[in-house]
Design a binder for this molecule. Sequence first.
Ligand code: FE
Length: 159
Amino acid sequence: MPVNDNASSTAETPNWGDVIRWANHGNPPPPRRVEKTDAQWREQLTDQQYRVTRESGTEPAHSSAMCSLFEPGRYRCVCCDTELFDSKSKFKSQSGWPSFTSPVAEGVVGYRLDDSYGMRRIENTCQVCDAHLGHVFPDGPEPSGLRFCINALSLKKDA
Ligand code: FE
């Protein structure tokens, strides 16, 4: 029998098995940590950014022009400036939120079980500053099969 190359993944391209494992047993460590007080986050962020990133809010679907933006570049955490996603992994999902197939590196995006609203989902966070980003689902395109469904309010794009 040939070895199934899909059984394990690379750091650049996690798969759903990695996501479940990290959510259940803990995430790879972040490259650094940024910790601020609630007052500091409130001062730095707009009310909308604060609601999404620090209170796990969700922006309305189709509310951001970032959904249909596919210019080359990196997407950073709006709170701590960490590079999280690259335009190369961005795809048109029709979901109404910016969607990616993978983060730029292992350890920058965290995975947590989220049982809110009567469903089990996997929440994504920025592992550097604990910002809520969105959720990841196993219905994305190749190469990962993942759909990172991310609030545009949690991201800022490099020019
Ligand atoms: Fe962050």
